[in-house]
Design a protein around this ligand. Structure first.
Ligand SMILES: [Fe+2]
Length: 479
């Protein structure tokens, strides 16, 4: 029986591309809001069409599309365009799934699997996030080759190569800025006979990466993001790990080689940027997360590391995000904003839930508070923590008091709320949140502009089509 729920409309292919389409706006946009929200996410879920088409299996497998909402003079214009990668070209033009995805594999020989996993990171479907390499804009995924695009037309410019010999087959689509230098910092997992996590920095002026530290690992964990402070880089290794050989030999798609083993617990691997190398590994009970919220060093409490992330009790959320399960309305586990206080001297890890509202796709006032003490986190959430629906509200969490504000409208499904500070903002939450919302009753998507202080809606701009749910974006002052 088809029990498809309203939110399933966000998991269907969008074929239409438009350029600089002026959007109808309700409400009043802040006069100071100038620039562009650039967003990334999956938008094609089949290779080919009709009965002959082959479906991608998992939400994370959908082919990347970029969206741009440009704000200027009280108006909003919208552009959307597929990222032009060999993977999306094969899916669109020849109806083939030609490259391995997160949970969908092409049919390929053992040799080809070996070649792709251990030797040559292939140009992949960069559908997760958007980042800046200095003046360049890139789309990212978890294989290490970014794809550059034009931030105005969204046209694909091509793969960005690195001018170094640093190796690793897996990375995160969530590079951080070093709060001190502004350098980009990221993590590579290198699968080999002796696998390693490798943390590196990349000066904003170029693409030559420098190693900060390495850490040997027998069974690498799945890491979607990590944490940074002024001095430290922290990898959270949840007990979802892989035997690297199975990536080649099992014949299963990438993520299906990972095994959940709660007995291992969660390990925080703390790299010291100042001294180089690993300061220590700190253990606590098992949990799982895609997203870190923020981290900082608490000088008032012995230099403890305070690390906040959106924690699930286990990794079952990955299975819940297969497209057939999502479209059938089977529901999705929820994660909670959770604080880990890591005693670098004592070795102890204390855990505390920060609020009773669930939270995913977290954002903060990044420019001023990344890697530093902060108060407010924003994210998507589920009404009453229910797991029988999809993300259906926005939440703001006061990490000091646990107080929350939410925005919810019946049948509406919001995406990641990107915080844009007001010019000369005096307070941390002086600014707006930009969230793309699917209204399942109207069959439309709108960009909401909300007060970050109150979560009141200031304005909404309706897109010309339903925009499939995306993952991450950024706001740039370039109009
Ligand atoms: Fe992410």
């Amino acid at each position: 029986m088809n029990t498809e729920k309203g939110y399933a409309a966000g998991f269907r292919t969008l074929d239409t591309e438009v350029s600089d389409r002026k959007l109808p706006v309700e409400g009043t946009l802040p006069t100071w809001l100038r620039g562009s929200l650039l967003r990334n996410g999956p938008a094609r879920f089949e290779a080919g069409s009709g009965a002959a088409g082959r479906a991608f299996r998992h939400w994370f497998d959908g082919q990347a599309m970029l969206h741009r909402f440009a704000f200027a003079d009280g108006r909003v214009t919208y552009t959307n365009r597929f990222v032009d990668t060999p993977s999306s070209r094969a899916a669109r033009e020849s109806g083939r799934i030609a490259y391995p995805e997160f949970a969908t594999d092409p049919c390929r020989s053992l040799f080809a699997r070996f070649f792709s996993v251990f030797s040559r990171p292939e140009v992949a479907n960069t559908n997760v996030s958007v980042a800046r390499f200095g003046e360049r804009f890139v789309a990212l995924t978890e294989t290490p080759l970014p794809v550059e695009f034009d931030p105005e037309t969204l046209a694909t410019a091509g793969v960005v190569g690195y001018e170094d010999a640093l190796k690793g087959q897996l990375t995160t689509a969530h590079p951080h800025q070093d709060p001190g230098t502004g350098d980009l910092v990221n993590q590579l997992t290198h699968f080999a006979r002796r696998s390693e996590y490798r943390v590196y920095r990349q000066p904003t002026t170029g693409t030559k990466r420098e190693l900060i530290g390495r850490h040997p690992v027998t069974r690498p964990g799945y890491m979607h993001s990590f944490a940074i402070t002024g001095r430290y880089v922290v990898l959270a290794e949840f007990p979802l790990t892989v035997n690297p050989l199975s990536l080649i030999l099992s014949g299963r798609p990438f993520i299906e080689n990972y095994r959940w083993d709660p007995e291992r617990g969660t390990r925080f691997i703390v790299f010291d940027q100042r001294e180089g190398g690993v300061r220590g590994v700190y253990e606590t009970t098992a949990c799982f997360a895609f997203h870190h919220i923020n981290a900082w060093e608490d000088e008032d409490r012995d230099g403890d590391l305070v690390l906040d992330l959106c924690a699930y009790s286990d990794a079952s959320v990955i299975d819940a995000l297969y497209l057939d399960r999502l479209r059938a309305g089977e529901g999705v586990p929820v994660s909670y904003p959770t604080r880990f206080r890591i005693g670098l001297r004592t070795g102890r890890v204390e855990t505390e839930r920060l609020a009773e509202e669930s939270m995913e796709l977290p954002r903060i006032a990044y420019e001023r508070h990344n890697g530093r003490d902060y108060r407010y986190a924003y994210g998507v959430s589920s009404l009453d923590g229910r797991e029988d629906d999809f993300i259906n509200q926005l939440v703001k969490v006061d990490t000091r008091t646990g107080a929350t504000l939410t925005w919810h409208e019946e049948g509406c499904y919001p995406g990641e709320p990107v915080f844009v500070p007001a010019p000369d903002a005096a307070d941390e939450d002086d600014g707006v949140l930009l969230s793309l919302v699917l209204d399942s009753a109207n069959g439309s998507s709108s960009l909401l502009v909300l007060s970050a202080r109150t979560l009141d809606v200031l304005a909404r701009a309706q897109a010309p089509h339903i925009v499939p749910y995306g993952f991450h974006g950024l706001f740039t002052g370039r109009a």
